[in-house]
Write a protein that binds this ligand. Structure first.
Ligand SMILES: N[C@@H](CCC(=O)N[C@@H](CS)C(=O)NCC(=O)O)C(=O)O
Length: 214
């Protein structure tokens, strides 16, 4: 198994967490998103990922984009330990938290969106940063209210063991902190993040310990 990844990419980070939770070894193939205009946009990489984004996961002859599809694939092919809980309603719940991050927050703050704001629409650096902060804080405010008042919340998003929801939330918190968002304003999210970072699967997936970390 092989993962095309960039150390700071939160979508790649989600898959790294899932692979680690399931104790699956894989080869790490770095794709530098910034150097030389972005290796993700080079024709060689576009042969494996039409969109020119990371991650891409390879298992034998199967080449797959999209972090959530990859994690669902890992869940089906390597069910233990599970990243989704036992009942349909619980699984829908975990997926809804994951999608709140992956669909409502992350796409608005992706590198190519920020580059378009800056280089094509010529917005100032401050305005670009305000855009980033606005959408992360709006999404985190919703999640905070949701998680803080929910009996399903434990040490992590769903009880005390890692799920798909944590695999999505933890990288987004890392990313928000990198962009100077004060995540302490969201105490439940912060608490879940602090707990997750004590766990080996999350610590080994962290950007700072990847082979391409700078
Ligand atoms: N929905 C995709 C998002 C992937 C994505 O946006 N990856 C970012 C890094 S987190 C990327 O490669 N960006 C490159 C760019 O914007 O040029 C997934 O979940 O895999």
């Amino acid at each position: 198994m092989k993962l095309y990844s960039y150390f700071r990419s939160s979508a790649s980070y989600r898959v790294r967490i899932a692979l680690n939770v399931k104790n699956l070894p894989y080869d790490y193939v770095p794709v530098h998103l910034v150097r030389d205009g972005g290796e993700q946009l080079k024709p060689e990489y576009r042969k494996v990922n039409l969109d020119g984004i990371v991650p891409t996961f390879v298992d034998g002859n199967e080449v797959m984009p999209q972090s959530l599809a990859i994690i669902e694939y890992l869940e089906e092919t390597h069910p233990q330990p599970p990243l989704l809980p036992g009942t349909p309603a619980e699984r829908a719940y975990v997926r809804s938290v994951a999608l709140q991050v992956a669909c409502e927050i992350h796409p608005l703050n992706n590198l190519r969106v920020l580059k378009y704001l800056k280089h094509t629409l010529c917005v100032e650096e401050d305005a670009k940063d305000a855009w980033y902060k606005h959408w992360v804080e709006a999404g985190f405010a919703t999640l905070e209210t949701h998680l803080a008042g929910n009996p399903r919340t434990g040490k992590l998003c769903f009880g005390d063991t890692p799920t798909l929801a944590d695999a999505c939330l933890i990288p987004q918190v890392f990313n928000a902190q990198r962009f100077k968002v004060d995540t302490a304003k969201f105490p439940t999210i912060q608490r879940i993040y602090d707990h997750a970072m004590q766990l080996d699967a999350f610590a080994r997936a962290a950007p700072g310990v990847q082979p391409d970390a700078e």
